[in-house]
Design a protein around this ligand. Sequence first.
Ligand SMILES: [Zn+2]
Length: 168
Amino acid sequence: MKRTNKNGKPAKNRKIPLRPAARNPNVLSKRTAERATDKLVALAEAAQQRAYAPYSNFHVGTALLTDAGVHTAANVENASYGLSICAERNAISRAVLDGARSILAVAVVTDTSPPAAPCGMCLQTLAEFAPDFDALRVTLANPAGERRDHTLADLLPHGFRPRDLLRR
Ligand SMILES: [Zn+2]
């Protein structure tokens, strides 16, 4: 199905050409990852504008590049605080519903300086769909233009992986 925006026109900024690294289709080439990052940060910034965070006033936007395209989301809070959901996990849920199974790159935008990293729960959720912790680029940014590039391995060095279930 062709993606459209709310006016029925083709969505813009959604096309990031995927160029896998030669040997592994689940890993982006370095060049593609670098080119994708600018777009992902811009999309995450746009998503941040739609955050629903009346309690914390901590607005977060996320954009994911996956094997099914680009997916964005923001955090959504609730008066019953425990029901609040982070932007990253919202984006992952949207991606999975769109058919994604591999996350290739992530951008997270917050207003903090330096830009904040995802919480542990979101890192673990990213791990579920990260074929390679060392290759998954997680870019942390803020609207002032600060940017920090990490890998999931940097942020979750000893994370539990789906394959660990098989090592009994
Ligand atoms: Zn989180």
